[in-house]
Design a protein around this ligand. Structure first.
Ligand code: NAD
Length: 285
């Protein structure tokens, strides 16, 4: 396939590289002078999109996605597919989907989990929203860039799944850190608490796979001085999107709201570039 790839940052560059390595003809564009192995660089986003069967975007936020889409949709071939892999607000995803569909283009919102490591290894998970036909067309590319793709529903459903997942993640990590901090004060050894909780009803991904306590459980950012991993600043972004979405539909998400406040404090204290599990040293200080 001819693929236009717009946004060759930490995530986009390795994803574009993997598509090129699998034999696709990838033309990339990024406003910063960055490159990706095997990817031909275009002079503009429109040039990257013009002859593409599929345009993929991996951009910082919804406002930039809307601007890029407004620019490239008129240049795209009718019948081409627009796949946005960025994490953006549900509203922007739905607005751009409508615009794409009205101009005769397919649309899939497909935010990812798996981080930079997953992007590089081609093991991302895609959460996709859009028409069934469009999802089926995109599936071949998801297979190259990832290990799993779930069709979650209509346009915007991928972004909804992403923010629901990350709201659970953010809140679960905090309460896992609170439990370690409480155990410390009660004289309960951290490794004993891990032994019990990781096989009891308090288990979670945060405890079992990404334990915030150094030296306990499998290797995690806690064992590497809390280098990310998943930076607290990115958690603030995702929890903020979750709260915006929650407010827009009058949902009740008090723990998600409180998790956002605690991560905002971490960022305000200058620790936004640390892994989000750095909540543990903060709570046990
Ligand atoms: P990044 O900042 O490294 O990359 C974004 C790229 O977009 C940059 O290279 C920037 O120059 C480029 N860009 C900005 N405006 C542009 C424009 N108008 N036209 C073309 N290029 C433009 O960010 P990232 O870490 O690659 O994240 C990208 C997206 O993936 C974000 O939405 C993020 O929330 C999401 N995400 C990131 C991670 C992660 O661990 N980094 C994990 C999951 C999801």
């Amino acid at each position: 396939m001819k693929i236009g790839f717009i946004g060759l940052g930490n995530m986009g560059a390795p994803m574009a590289r993997n598509l090129a390595a699998a034999g696709h003809e990838v033309t990339g564009f990024d406003t910063a002078s960055v490159t990706a192995e095997g990817v031909a660089l275009a002079a503009s986003a429109q040039d990257a999109a013009r002859h593409a069967d599929v345009v993929i975007t991996m951009l910082p936020n919804g406002a930039i996605l809307r601007a890029v889409a407004e620019d490239v949709l008129p240049a795209m071939q009718t019948g081409a597919l627009f796949i946005d892999c960025s994490t953006v607000d549900v509203e922007s995803a739905r607005a751009v989907a409508e615009d794409a569909n009205s101009k005769g283009m397919g649309w899939i919102d497909a935010p990812v989990s798996g981080g930079i490591g997953g992007a590089s290894a081609g093991t991302l998970t895609f959460m996709a929203g859009g028409a069934e036909d469009d999802f089926n067309k995109a599936a071949e590319l998801f297979d190259i860039m990832g290990q799993k793709a779930v069709h979650c529903g209509d346009a915007g459903a991928g972004q909804a799944a992403k923010i629901c997942n990350n709201m659970i993640l953010g809140a679960t990590m905090i309460v896992t850190c609170e439990a370690f901090a409480l155990a410390d004060k009660l004289g309960l050894a951290r490794d004993k608490m891990f032994d019990v909780v990781s096989t009891s009803s308090g288990y979670s991904w945060s405890m079992n796979a990404y334990c915030p306590a150094p030296g306990i459980g499998p290797q995690s950012p806690a064992d590497n001085d809390y280098q990310p991993g998943f930076a607290a600043a990115l958690m603030v972004k995702d929890l903020g999107l979750a709260q915006d979405a929650s407010a827009s539909v009058s949902a009740t998400t008090p723990l998600g709201a409180h998790a956002l406040e605690l991560y905002k404090e971490m960022v305000a204290d200058g620790d936004g570039d640390k892994d989000f599990s750095y909540m543990l040293p903060r709570l046990s200080a």
